[in-house]
Design a binder for this molecule. Structure first.
Ligand SMILES: C[S@@+](CC[C@H](N)C(=O)[O-])C[C@H]1O[C@@H](n2cnc3c(N)ncnc32)[C@H](O)[C@@H]1O
Length: 222
């Protein structure tokens, strides 16, 4: 999945992954992370997800990262926020959109997740991965999980807690994205550094393949 693939998807408005309602699994399982109000939440590959609005309503600051600038602009336009736009103070290659929602700070950075460093991100308290890991093909996922670990460690090298949503279906019946991720793969990507706990597994469907039998898993990585 190269940047042009995603640019084209946004340009042609083929964004079936974007939900008009807050993800019910986020609402149901977020408290498992035991976060204090005022925590800073990192949302990789965030698109224009309304889940970021819900996170601010929980009293959190949000920092999202998204490759496609028009997606970021759409987020702020749809939330009726006039963002300030500036270059990242330490990394001028990153364009930062920043606004205020319910007195919380919402920043979305236009950047490639793989081009970021720990110093760019600064301290974060938790990660919300919805349709990020599953957006990436198998050959990119180990690098992605390692990058996420490196971006989310604190000064003591302890990685921030994560809520991760994945899908599981017969990959021979449909091309991704979204890609199917098995339990073994979740362990392979995250098991060395996190305690991996499956919080839920529920039937769901994929808009582009409504007949496919799909389950959605919710993972706590701590
Ligand atoms: C499947 S969508 C999910 C978006 C959002 N998480 C949601 O649930 O609505 C994946 C998003 O990741 C973005 N993306 C893909 N590769 C990326 C990368 N390397 N760095 C940052 N964003 C990326 C795409 O532009 C797209 O908006």
């Amino acid at each position: 999945m190269n940047p042009e693939f995603w640019q084209k998807r946004w340009q042609e408005k083929r964004i079936g992954f974007n939900q008009s309602e807050v993800n019910p699994l986020l609402i149901k399982y977020w408290t498992e992370l035991n976060l204090l109000a005022g925590s800073r939440i990192f949302v990789p590959l965030c698109g224009k997800s309304i889940d970021m609005v819900w996170l601010t309503a929980q009293g959190h600051d949000v920092v999202g990262v998204e490759l496609v600038e028009s997606a970021v602009q759409e987020f702020f336009a749809e939330q009726n926020i006039e963002p300030s736009v500036h270059q990242h103070v330490r990394n001028p290659a990153i364009k930062c959109y920043q606004g205020q929602l319910l007195s919380q700070k919402v920043e979305i950075w236009v950047a490639d997740i793989f081009a970021l460093t720990f110093t760019d991100i600064g301290n974060i308290d938790a990660v919300y991965d919805k349709a990020a890991l599953i957006a990436l093909p198998a050959e990119m996922r180990s690098d992605y999980s390692e990058q996420m670990r490196q971006l989310s460690v604190d000064v003591n090298k302890k990685a921030a807690v994560q809520l991760l949503l994945t899908l599981n279906y017969d990959q021979s019946k449909k091309d991704g994205p979204p890609f199917s991720i098995s339990h073994e793969q979740v362990q392979q990507y995250y098991g060395s550094y996190y305690q991996v706990t499956e919080l839920a597994s529920e039937p769901t469907s994929i808009g582009s393949a409504p007949e496919l039998k799909v389950t959605e898993q919710v993972w706590l990585l701590s």
